[in-house]
Design a protein. Structure first.
Length: 386
């Protein structure tokens, strides 16, 4: 891979994360299991026959729920399932989906909420992108982390219309989908996206700061309920070749795991997973001086105490080609990879609608699913290896 230092991942009109970190411990009652349509016996894990040498550790599928909440998560249907975001906080699941205008751009974003495994809110309007603010400002990029909505705004300067002023507004919504608070988070800043980290999910915000006599752009992370930024000024940049970049930053190790689709090969799988040293500000290399990379495809990342779990997506059109494995920081396989039995939706798997959340002991993999003529969420639960 060419080590271009460009951008962390692509900026979109609306960016929703496919991977969230829920550090709360999973608690589920017998009633919850019935409501979730939990299977009595979890399916046996399929071990990847092409996996590297099997190890003593074995990942285990705990449950496969074909329709989370015993109902579809939307009543209106989806015009576009791209960028479906699933967030989980304690016993609450948030599903954010979008509508589009005639030009094909995101226009409205809707929120559905499940509490204790039951859908209580469906299709609540969260954001109208085409609406102008009371101050005459327009919406830019936005991102949802947990129950927090970070949205970029911009407006022309009152004295000089050629100058565009940018700022970020932070709004919180409750479990009814109602906005409960709104505040100006920062000025001279814009939304860049979101990222999975060892400290939880974080919004990523670019801000103009003055250093000496020079103004420069600094990248920051904002964690939920925390307004103090953490500078991320050495992230690798892949914008010239990458789409759908998946990233996990271990802030204790100052190490970033990442993988992406090569936009020059739009029908290909994810590229092998690689690493970036946040302290040194350069890629991690192997003994041969090449980028340290997995032998197989990359995909989504879930942190582990001694490495990282990788949900590898070899071929988006085949469910049996999605595998989960545990790797150490040298990308040596620590457990035989197991197949994840996601259901094909409308003839294929939609990688931008696969979401990963986690509890203290479990990994939860979500995907859109058509079940009993309802647009639903499918959930596969896997026991973590620590």
């Amino acid at each position: 891979m060419k080590n271009a230092l460009l951008a962390l991942f692509l900026v979109a009109v609306f960016v929703v994360s496919g991977c969230t970190g829920d550090s709360s411990k999973s608690v589920e009652t017998d009633k919850d299991k019935i409501e979730h349509q939990s299977t009595a016996n979890a399916p046996a894990a399929t071990v990847d026959s092409n996996s590297e040498e099997a190890t003593e550790k074995q990942l285990e599928i705990l449950d496969h729920i074909k329709q989370y909440g015993e109902d579809g998560f939307t009543s209106s249907g989806l015009t576009d399932i791209a960028n479906l975001s699933v967030q989980k906080k304690d016993n609450v699941v948030y599903a954010i989906h979008r509508g589009e205008n005639r030009q094909g751009f995101p226009s409205h974003f809707y929120l559905s909420i499940a509490i204790n495994g039951k859908w209580t809110v469906k299709d609540k309007l969260l954001l109208d992108v085409e609406k102008t603010g009371d101050d005459g400002s327009y919406y830019g990029s936005s991102v949802v982390v947990g129950n927090s909505l970070y949205h970029g705004r911009w407006k022309n300067d009152e004295k000089d219309a050629s100058i565009i002023n940018r700022f970020v507004q932070l709004e919180k919504f409750n479990d009814n989908g109602d906005i409960t608070s709104s505040e100006l988070l920062c000025e001279n800043c814009s939304i860049y996206g979101s990222i999975s980290t060892s400290k939880g999910q974080s919004a990523v915000i670019d801000q103009n700061i003055v250093v000496g006599d020079e103004e420069k752009r600094q990248r920051n992370m904002y964690f939920e309920n925390t307004l103090e930024p953490i500078a991320l000024d050495r992230f690798v940049s892949l914008e010239s070749v990458a789409v759908d970049v998946q990233i996990h930053a271990d802030l204790d190790k100052n190490l970033m795991y990442y993988s992406y689709h090569n936009k020059n090969r739009p029908l290909s799988a994810f590229e092998p997973a690689m690493q970036y040293d946040l302290t040194a500000g350069k890629p991690v290399y192997n003994e041969d001086g090449q980028d340290l990379a997995t032998e197989g495809n990359g995909g989504f990342f879930i942190g582990a105490s001694n490495g990282v779990h990788i949900l590898s997506l070899s071929d988006p059109d085949r469910t049996q080609s999605i595998y989960l494995g545990l790797y150490d920081d040298k990308y040596n396989l620590q457990s035989a990879r197991i197949g994840i039995p996601l259901t094909v939706y409308k003839g294929r798997l939609f990688t931008d609608s696969i979401n990963v959340t986690e509890t203290e002991d479990e990994i939860h993999i979500w995907h859109i699913n058509e079940f009993r003529d309802s647009t639903s969420l499918e959930l596969v639960k896997i026991q973590k290896q620590k």
